[in-house]
Design a protein around this ligand. Structure first.
Ligand SMILES: C[S@@+](CC[C@H](N)C(=O)[O-])C[C@H]1O[C@@H](n2cnc3c(N)ncnc32)[C@H](O)[C@@H]1O
Length: 187
C-alpha cells in the first residue's frame, strides 16, 4: 500500500487531529525547508511528523552532528517515524504542547528551527496558544518557526507571538495549495 493511501486511511479515522487527508507533497516539503541553514542548525524540532513526508527531507539535509526531534501523537505515525531508524532522529510520542519539558528531558534547552505541520486551526485555542508561546520561548534568538496552513486564518495569532518578523510564501503545487509562514524570533 502506498504511503499516500496509508495516510488517507489514517486520516479517515483521525481527521480531528490530522486536519488533512493527504501528506505534504515534495514541493511543499522542500519549500518549507527553503532558507533553513542546516550548516548552523544543531537542534531541529518537527511538530506533527505524520508519516514522515517532511521528516525525510530534513534528515537528508541534517548536518552530521545535528539532531532532529519529532513530536507525533498518532500511534501509527509514531511507529512509521520510528521505523525510519535514523541515528540522528529522536521520535517522541508526545504532544507539541509539552515541547519544553520533553526537550529538557533530552537536555536540549534551545532549538534552532521548529518545523510545524500541526493543524493549528482544529487544535483548541488554549492549547494552540500554549504551543506557540512555548515554541517561541524554546527557540534561540533569530531561530525560526516554520508552519504551513491551507488558509491565512492563523496569521493574526502568529503575529501576536512573533510580531512583525513573519514572512509568507505560497506553494501552488501542493494539494491543496498551502501558505508557509516563516516566523523569526527576534528579541
Ligand atoms: C497535517 S498532518 C501533517 C503530517 C506531515 N508532517 C505532512 O506534512 O504530511 C498533522 C500531523 O500533526 C499531528 N498532530 C496533531 N496534533 C498534534 C499535537 N498536539 N502534537 C503533536 N502532533 C500532533 C497529527 O497526528 C498529524 O500527523
Amino acid at each position: 500500500m502506498s504511503n499516500r493511501i496509508k495516510f488517507f486511511k489514517e486520516a479517515l479515522k483521525n481527521i480531528k487531529t490530522l486536519g488533512t487527508v493527504t501528506p505534504s507533497s515534495r514541493f511543499l516539503s522542500k519549500r518549507m525547508l527553503k532558507g533553513v541553514n542546516f550548516l548552523k542548525a544543531d537542534v531541529i524540532v518537527e511538530l506533527g511528523g505524520g508519516n514522515g513526508a517532511i521528516t525525510k527531507y530534513i534528515l537528508e539535509n541534517l548536518s552530521p552532528n545535528a539532531t532532529l526531534v519529532c513530536f507525533e501523537i498518532n500511534d501509527n505515525f509514531y511507529t512509521q517515524l520510528h521505523a525510519l531508524n535514523h541515528p540522528q532522529l529522536i521520535v517522541l510520542k508526545a504532544s507539541a504542547e509539552n515541547i519544553i519539558i520533553e526537550l529538557q528531558k533530552l537536555n536540549f534547552t534551545k532549538v534552532d528551527y521548529i518545523i510545524s505541520s500541526l493543524p493549528l486551526t482544529i487544535i483548541p485555542d488554549e492549547i494552540s496558544d500554549k504551543i506557540l508561546k512555548k515554541a517561541f520561548k524554546i527557540l534561540v534568538n533569530n531561530g525560526t518557526f516554520i508552519q504551513y496552513q491551507y488558509s491565512l486564518s492563523y496569521f493574526k495569532k502568529l503575529k501576536k507571538v512573533f510580531k512583525e518578523s513573519i514572512s509568507l510564501e505560497f506553494e501552488p503545487l501542493n494539494i491543496p495549495p498551502a501558505f508557509i509562514y516563516r516566523c523569526k524570533k527576534v528579541e
